[in-house]
Design a protein around this ligand. Sequence first.
Ligand code: ATP
Length: 246
Amino acid sequence: MAGVRVRELRKEFPGGDPPVVAIEDISFTVDGQEFVSVVGPSGCGKSTLLNILSGIDTATRGQVDITQNGRPARLGYVFQSARLLPWRSVLDNLLFVQPARGPADRERCRRYLDMVRLGHTAGQYPGQLSGGMQQRVGIARAFSIEPDLLLMDEPFSHLDAITARSLRRELHDLWQETRKTVLFVTHDVSEAVELSTRILMLAPGGRLVADLPVRLPFPRDPAADEVALARADLLRRFESLDLLAG
Ligand SMILES: Nc1ncnc2c1ncn2[C@@H]1O[C@H](COP(=O)(O)OP(=O)(O)OP(=O)(O)O)[C@@H](O)[C@H]1O
């Protein structure tokens, strides 16, 4: 379980006059086995926030600490597309990201492929798999390094609704089983309500405008009344942000 501490984080992109403020002085803390979704309208800084947390980008100012029992945490990352190496087999794509590649690593990679129901594709190449299957390989790859914190940036946004739904269930099961800390960026309010223990809402200009616990039992049926109510409440807030965006 990782601890994430973000203090007065700010990100400006220079070049414009004035510069674009992508993240405006936001602070939050995530502890333990939380599944935290970051939602907000397009351009409100969700990906920028994740890029700073993952170290892909640097902040203009502020502080980020991601630790695991006092040491730097190990991070896993899932992108909008799987970004697999096409010349390596499915199993080799997982093995490739392991610090060591011994028999125990091979065994663990196979186990995570099985968990996303793709054990039978171990020897195939990414080009032989559908987009949804490739994304499942990407998710298995991220879990296979057994990260303390998993950063996910709209991992299902390029998939059809049916595939996305079944992958959400798989992700939820994996999270319940492994109890990793997850930070999950999405613009899909239903997805956030279905998966999260907590929702951070960003507004245009990169402001953190709400930090909402979701206290509904799992599994959450999207059609259940209480889930629909939570979704409607979030959607109302979300729409008011869209209006602010003009
Ligand atoms: N490299 C960059 N240079 C200049 N501006 C940038 C850069 N990257 C992002 N921005 C700007 O920062 C703001 C936040 O962008 P970001 O991609 O983080 O938003 P987002 O919430 O992830 O959007 P979406 O949901 O559409 O993916 C936007 O105004 C964007 O134009």
